[in-house]
Design a protein around this ligand. Structure first.
Ligand SMILES: C[S@@+](CC[C@H](N)C(=O)[O-])C[C@H]1O[C@@H](n2cnc3c(N)ncnc32)[C@H](O)[C@@H]1O
Length: 235
């Protein structure tokens, strides 16, 4: 079991705690979009710190899984399991909602395998949280391509990519990445948003280029939360 990334629990803690205010906004939006609890559980795939779970659905039974080791869940209704999503069998309890917040980019090397495993969970609803492409994002991707840098940015699915689900609702939010200086912004953006470890020379070059693209050491990050509902088999 190994993570497809240089991500660590500490890096995530710094990014979500000090650099990017998204988890507060995601939690607020989830409270608006989550379907009411049914007889089953909420499965949070790649739950990370568990802070979204604690803020958005402390009042419902949830299984928080992650490939990295995080401290136990702080809510009595939440259970933690350290496991690769692909090794997770379908839980005994039915799944009312499967939440996938900023995790698909770590699971999508083989899209067919990902789609099969997601569908095997038979969740009543799936909630996907993902970044929306911006002009700056497209320019960064072009810059990486010119330098031959292979990145692992999240993909934005405008339509529902799962055949047995339909898009039922969508809400937007914009978080802000705020750093002390442009060098730190370049480091945080490349490692946390593009999931790439730049060599020192590339990081310096990226930082110099980025300085010409932004007004200060901050970037807005528009995001989308999509609610997908499972179709009846004969629908
Ligand atoms: C960018 S973080 C997002 C965390 C949380 N969902 C949030 O939005 O704050 C991605 C998370 O996915 C987890 N992850 C990556 N690959 C995984 C896998 N194969 N199975 C389970 N979790 C995985 C990482 O360890 C990390 O905690």
């Amino acid at each position: 079991m190994s993570i497809k990334s240089n991500l660590t629990a500490n890096r995530l803690l710094q990014f979500k705690g000090e650099i990017n205010n998204e988890n507060q906004l995601i939690s607020e939006a989830l409270r608006r979009i989550l379907p009411p609890a049914g007889a089953g559980i909420l499965l949070d795939v790649g739950a990370g710190l568990g802070d979204i779970a604690a803020r958005a659905f402390a009042d419902r039974e949830a299984l928080l899984i992650d490939i990295l080791d995080f401290p136990d869940a702080e809510c009595s209704l939440h259970t933690r399991q350290t496991i690769d999503f692909f090794d997770l069998p379908r839980p005994e309890r039915p799944i009312d909602v499967m939440l996938m917040s900023h995790v698909v980019q770590y699971l999508d090397d083989d899209i067919g395998r990902l789609v099969d495993h997601v569908q095997s969970m038979s969740a009543e609803a799936i909630v996907l949280v993902s970044n929306k492409p911006t002009k700056l994002h497209l320019k960064i991707v072009e810059w990486f391509a010119r330098r031959g840098v292979v990145h692992n940015a999240e993909q934005f699915f405008a339509r529902c990519p799962l055949s047995s689900y339909r898009l039922a609702d969508r809400v937007g939010l914009t978080s802000r990445i705020q750093c002390a200086d442009i060098e730190e912004l370049a480091r945080q953006l490349s490692s946390m948003i593009y999931d790439v470890e730049l060599e020192p020379a590339d990081l310096r070059a990226f930082s110099d280029w980025l300085a010409g693209q932004v007004n200060d050491a901050s970037v807005d990050l528009p995001q989308t939360i999509s609610l997908l509902r499972r179709e009846a088999p004969d629908a």
